[in-house]
Design a protein around this ligand. Structure first.
Ligand code: G3H
Ligand code: 13P
Ligand code: ZN
Length: 328
């Protein structure tokens, strides 16, 4: 059944677990996320970026999520808009059946320019009023995602702020976060703690100076009843980087967020953990390997099945690691 983000994260908080929220663009990703949830007896969060809705097409996306509910009636499912750019985009997602939306007012509508506090409150509060009137949940964001190492938003095109960032914005201020929750009444709050989107988060395995889980603790102490959200939380598995490079890929050395650091976050109020890159890496690695090892195959179902299987393993590992397995 479809449920709201608020319902799911309230349950997660009561039971001390975190929910991976997986980005999905196509049927194979939906299959992987839902099949893994069913096998782990976990609820699921599927999220669509604006790019995902454009890629699949809005009607296709709507029917994909309806198919997920029909095919997996035992899995409580939240369908969430990731990084909504303005209240209108959130409204359109609600109209197409989403039970949760993110209004990301930390950036202006271009998705690149950091916004000021008043702009963020204004667009987020308007979205909350609209969404709550229809029983839909809202995630807001305070602080700007970006690397504490380089001061940049991440190297992946089109995701997040552009160019060099003000370093003090890259860590959410607990006092400002508290004011933001009072001003907007969001159901969940995305915070900045040194992670960034994409595969290029850290040039070395992260330590406390570049991945500030300590900042999450401070925010949680100030806001014990707010569900916190970590973006840019892919682990960037070294084994998948190796497989991609072994089979013709060229991905330079890079590191993501260790699962233990996410678990530390979950002990401190993190309830939603956004993961996109890990599924992309597993899918790409599996397809490269399959095609290299099956040179005469030209049935796309074969390599897409390999992709689905690889993504499903990632999903299962996250449901287990974050404690949502057995909670459906
Ligand atoms: O927030 C960023 C997600 O990784 C989605 O990326 O805009 O390429 O779908 P996308
Ligand atoms: P990753 O790029 O680390 O998977 O983060 C995804 C994300 O935060 C989507 O909103
Ligand atoms: Zn994000």
């Amino acid at each position: 059944a479809m449920i709201t983000l608020r319902q799911l994260l309230d349950h997660a908080a009561e039971n001390g677990y975190g929910m991976p929220a997986f980005n999905a663009n196509n049927m194979e990703q939906l299959h992987a996320i839902m099949e893994a949830a069913k096998e782990c007896d976990s609820p699921a969060i599927v999220q669509a970026s604006a790019g995902a809705r454009k890629y699949a097409g809005v009607p296709f996306y709507r029917h994909l999520m309806e198919a997920a509910v029909e095919n997996y009636p035992e899995v409580p499912l939240v369908v969430h808009l990731d990084h909504g750019a303005n209240p209108g985009m959130c409204m359109r997602a609600i109209q197409s059946g989403f039970t949760s939306v993110m209004m990301d007012g930390s950036l202006r509508e271009d998705g690149k320019t950091p916004a000021d506090y008043d702009y963020n409150v204004n667009v987020t509060r308007r979205t909350v009023e609209m969404a709550h009137a229809g029983g839909v949940s809202v995630e807001g964001e305070i602080g700007v995602l970006g690397s504490l190492e380089t001061g940049e938003a991440g190297k992946e095109d089109g995701v997040g702020a552009e160019g060099k960032m003000d370093k003090d914005k890259l860590l959410t201020d607990p006092e400002e976060a508290a004011q933001f929750v009072r001003d907007t009444h969001v159901d969940a709050l995305a915070i900045a703690c040194g992670t960034s989107h994409g595969a290029y988060k850290f040039t070395r395995p992260p330590t406390g100076d570049i991945l500030a889980i300590s900042r999450i603790k401070e925010i949680h102490q100030r806001l014990p009843n707010t569900h916190l959200v970590m973006h840019g939380s892919s682990q960037v598995p070294q084994e998948w980087l190796e497989i991609i490079n072994q089979y013709g890929g060229e991905i330079p050395e890079t590191y993501g967020v260790p699962v233990e650091e996410v678990q530390e976050g979950i002990k401190n109020g993190v309830r939603k953990v956004n993961i996109d890159t890990d599924l992309r890496l597993a899918s790409t690695g599996a397809v490269r390997k399959h095609l290299a090892e099956n040179k005469s195959n030209f049935d796309p179902r074969k390599f897409l099945q390999a992709s689905t299987d690889a993504m499903k393993e990632i999903c299962k590992a996250r449901y287990e690691a974050f404690g949502s397995a057995g909670m459906a």
